[in-house]
Write a protein that binds this ligand. Structure first.
Ligand code: 13P
Ligand code: ZN
Length: 278
């Protein structure tokens, strides 16, 4: 990369200050507004993430234009990130439309295949000064069984993966999983510290939903610079709306989503405060 990507600079700065950036997934205009409202209120930068499913729903151009215009409207410094992409065409598309960073998720493949796929993306992304995130080890996806100690990232493979791929951000498996937890997860903070010692890139914690504030704080203390947060956003937004529409025959679309936006913004603001060390 010729000059350092601004998002990576910001993540490094946050890490040095014992802070992290919240990476919040948005799904529609309303969750996007809620996230930006919270970031504005907390005077914080934010990473706006879209999964392939969201891009399938909104379209890459609409999602990009919405995120950029909304961040501008709210006066928030926001970074646009592609979350958990497996399809190279989609990654190319997002690079073309001006994402700040993209994740290539080849974590289901064995080490050398994961390295190979990450290297291909790094080659094209770095030409445009776009950062690349990859996952080493395996963080269970939505609906999969929680992490039971298998698939956790080792410091050796994390270090070797960085040397071979030159990815900018590394998602690591220390016991978190996507979605709500059926049992309290046992996070391996010693492992995080050991990885943090040998990896000089921002580390990413996936599966932020359902973890306690203390777990977030310990993760940040251990060297996590980006915390991914999605399921609680969907859950809070939709459950608030379900409740407020129960027995309510309001059809004004400018009114019915407002309670959902409000509760989601409160939730996101609380998470931003934890990331900022408050
Ligand atoms: P949660 O849905 O568990 O918050 O995980 C978010 C995530 O890791 C997005 O990549
Ligand atoms: Zn994730």
């Amino acid at each position: 990369m010729k000059s350092m990507n601004k998002l990576i600079e910001s993540l490094n700065r946050h890490r040095k200050n014992g802070q992290a950036l919240l990476a919040a997934n948005f799904y529609n205009a309303e969750t996007l507004q809620a996230i930006l409202f919270a970031a504005k209120q907390e005077r914080s930068e934010i990473i706006l993430q879209t999964s392939p499913a969201t891009l399938n729903y909104l379209g890459v151009k609409l999602a990009t234009a919405m995120a950029r215009a909304a961040a501008d409207e709210y006066g928030v410094t926001a970074w646009l990130h592609l979350d958990h992409a497996t399809d190279t065409d989609l990654i190319h598309h997002c690079i073309e439309t001006g994402y700040d960073s993209v994740m290539i998720d080849a974590s289901e493949f064995e080490f050398t295949e994961n390295v190979q796929r990450a290297k291909e993306i790094v080659k094209i992304a770095h030409e445009k000064n776009i950062a690349v995130e990859a996952e080493i080890g395996y963080i269970p996806k939505l609906g999969q069984a929680g992490a039971n100690g298998t698939g956790l990232t080792t410091p050796e493979e994390a270090q070797s993966f960085i040397e071979r791929t030159n990815v900018d951000l590394l998602a690591i498996a220390i016991g978190t999983a996507h979605g709500f937890y059926k049992e309290k997860p046992a996070l391996d903070f010693e492992r995080l510290e050991a990885i943090s010692k040998v990896v000089d890139r921002p580390l990413v914690l996936h599966g932020g939903s359902g973890l306690s504030k203390d777990e977030w704080r310990m993760a940040i203390r251990g060297g996590i610079a980006k915390i991914n947060f999605a399921t609680e956003i969907k859950d809070t937004f939709i459950n608030t709306i379900k409740k407020s529409l129960n027995g309510n025959d309001e059809i004004d679309l400018r009114k019915v989503f407002l309670p959902g936006i409000r509760t989601t913004a409160r939730l996101v603001a609380e998470k931003i405060r934890v990331c900022s060390g408050n």
